[in-house]
Design a binder for this molecule. Structure first.
Ligand SMILES: [Cu+2]
Length: 144
């Protein structure tokens, strides 16, 4: 596994980034299509890394077919989260834009980024290249 970057992101400053308000951007409803994609994403994960994502020592969000799986994840503040691209070709990114964070590097298949979000709250995040065209949007709920 190639870990692209590990960012310990202490998001303690209120977002002041102008642009689209957070309430205008929302993750997709989890329907049968998304459930099927996320089941396939997990199969891809096992094929790539040799074990289920749930056996990793930290929460994993896969990126597959323009979906973050799970679409919504709840964690305790300070818990690192690992995003993993389990595609065959497509690249994705992770972008906490509403928190004023820069977009991650593009993650190619089998690449990983880890981030630790310290600020409690309901954080909607984006895939830079696909959030507008494919609603590739996730939610990280950080509990205090
Ligand atoms: Cu994407």
């Amino acid at each position: 596994m190639r870990v692209l970057s590990i960012a310990a992101v202490a998001l303690t400053v209120a977002a002041t980034t102008p642009g689209v308000a957070a309430q205008d951007v929302a993750p997709p409803e989890v329907d049968e299509r998304i459930e099927r994609i996320c089941a396939e994403a997990e199969e891809q994960y096992v094929a790539m890394f040799g074990k289920p994502s749930a056996e990793e020592p930290l929460p994993v969000v896969t990126m597959y077919r323009n979906v973050f799986c799970p679409v919504e994840l709840e964690i305790e503040a300070g818990t690192p989260v690992r995003w993993v691209n389990v595609e065959r070709r497509t690249s994705h990114s992770v972008w906490f834009r509403a928190l004023g964070q820069p977009e991650s590097e593009r993650l190619f298949p089998e690449e990983v980024v880890e981030m630790t979000i310290e600020t409690p709250g309901d954080h909607v995040y984006l895939c830079g290249p696909h959030w507008e065209t494919h609603t590739m949007i996730g939610r990280l709920v950080v509990k205090p």
